[in-house]
Design a protein around this ligand. Structure first.
Ligand code: FAD
Length: 381
């Protein structure tokens, strides 16, 4: 059954979707189980993705990228996440934080930091979450204080993709203590070889094990004032804008994983026998599969509609939150049902359905827990 059909995708995005599928078939799917088991950073697959022009390619063409838009990024995401979410996250996070620089950064920053990422010579990360909070963006406490023509950064960040592996990270820092909690933060570029920057991997995860996150500590890390992105105290607004794009793509994580769960469950029940017939012949099972398909198609229609809204700047925050919530929860629903249809075999750790089941727990949390998305949906409706 073909689930990630191209009919819903605008014509201009179909070519890159086909490239992503070819890459996923060749490099991601065949390595998924081993990468999950070992929990190691898939450097070789990342390099292959960079060579194939499928990593960091939302970066504009004049900076060496392909200037892919949000619809094209969604089309890539669903193909990659269907093949394996852990590897896909590593490929995607290689340019996490770059968008803010091509949107708001100076010409010098784009030249120095973005060109090497677009060329596949460097990777990056976006450091927002902290040990004490991930949801309360305005409550983040890591500080950057001005000292002459430098900023001095102190604090901790947690869950940061590529915090150990990246060449530089874009960091969300507190630069003011004003009453308006949405105007107290800034974005700043920090090279990971700066004195006082220390990062270690967080403990082993149960899902997306081929991606790596870090606990970073900043102790009197000094960066030149030129590393400020955009303007001082504009960080919250930049981040909110960035999440409108990010959440569309995270919806794509959900769609890919939902497709994987449906595919896997479908195949299993058509081969497994019980009571002298194939399991798919029970009407209860057929209805379960029908519900999975229904939810998947509804989520995908919403997600692509939302992608076009965000691309065209129409009420982006609302549509991005709806797409992220619906698609990631469709993935949890499909994985749960897929596990049930696998019977006892669902819990073998090397089974694809068991891997998907663990992976789907993550996108309902990252880029804003779905409760926070519901707050946005309510407020912006
Ligand atoms: C695999 C992985 C990769 C990640 N990568 C990155 C990264 O690269 N960079 C980065 O900065 N962060 C990253 N994160 C962090 C992620 O964004 C946070 O985990 C997320 O925002 C939730 O924050 P928290 O875990 O601190 O949960 P908390 O903020 O402590 O919230 C815990 C729970 O409380 C509830 N809750 C919280 N606030 C509300 C509310 N307002 N209304 C209702 N309920 C609420 C929700 O159920 C929520 O799940 C990553 C996380 C994971 C798991």
């Amino acid at each position: 059954m073909e689930l990630l059909t191209e009919d819903i995708i605008p014509e201009y995005a179909r070519e890159v979707k086909a490239e992503a599928r070819e890459f996923a078939d060749e490099y991601i799917a065949p390595n998924a189980e081993e990468c999950f088991r070992k929990g190691e950073y898939p450097w070789e697959i990342l390099e292959a993705g960079q060579d194939a022009g499928l990593v960091a390619q939302d970066i504009p063409e004049e900076l060496g990228g392909r200037g892919l838009d949000i619809v094209e990024m969604l089309a890539i995401a669903e193909e990659f996440y269907k093949a394996d979410a852990g590897i896909a996250l590593t490929l995607q996070l290689a340019s996490f934080g770059a968008e803010m620089i091509y949107e708001y950064g100076s010409e010098e920053q784009k030249e120095e930091y973005l060109k090497p990422v677009a060329a596949g010579d460097q990777i990056t990360g976006l450091a927002v979450s902290e040990p004490d909070t991930g949801s309360d963006l305005a409550g983040m406490t890591t500080t950057a204080e001005k000292d002459g023509d430098e900023y001095v950064i102190n604090g901790e960040k947690y869950w940061i993709g590529n915090g150990v592996e990246a060449d530089w990270v874009t960091v969300f820092v507190r630069t003011s203590e004003e009453n308006d909690r949405y105007s107290n933060h800034s974005m700043i570029i920090v090279p990971t070889d700066a004195d006082g920057y220390e990062a270690e991997h967080i403990p082993e995860k149960m899902g997306m094990r081929a991606s790596k996150q870090a606990h970073i500590t900043f102790k009197d890390v000094r960066v030149p004032e030129e590393n400020l992105v955009g303007y001082e105290n504009g960080g919250f607004l930049m981040l909110a804008e960035f999440f409108n794009h990010g959440r569309i793509v995270v919806g794509g994580h959900g769609l890919g994983m939902a497709a994987a769960a449906i595919e896997e469950a479908w195949e299993f029940v058509h081969e497994r026998e019980a009571f002298g017939r194939n399991v798919n012949e029970f009407q209860a099972v057929q209805h379960g599969l029908a519900d999975m398909r229904l939810e998947f198609e509804a989520a995908r229609a919403l997600n692509y509609r939302a992608a076009k809204k965000v691309r065209d700047g129409e009420n982006a925050g609302l549509w991005a939150a709806m797409a992220k919530t619906k698609s990631t929860e469709t993935a949890t629903m499909c994985a749960e049902q897929g596990m049930q249809f696998h019977g006892g075999r669902s819990i073998f750790t090397d089974r694809r359905i068991a891997r998907v089941y663990r992976d789907v727990r993550i996108p309902v949390i990252y880029e804003g827990a779905n409760e926070v998305q519901r707050n946005l949906i309510y407020r912006q409706s």
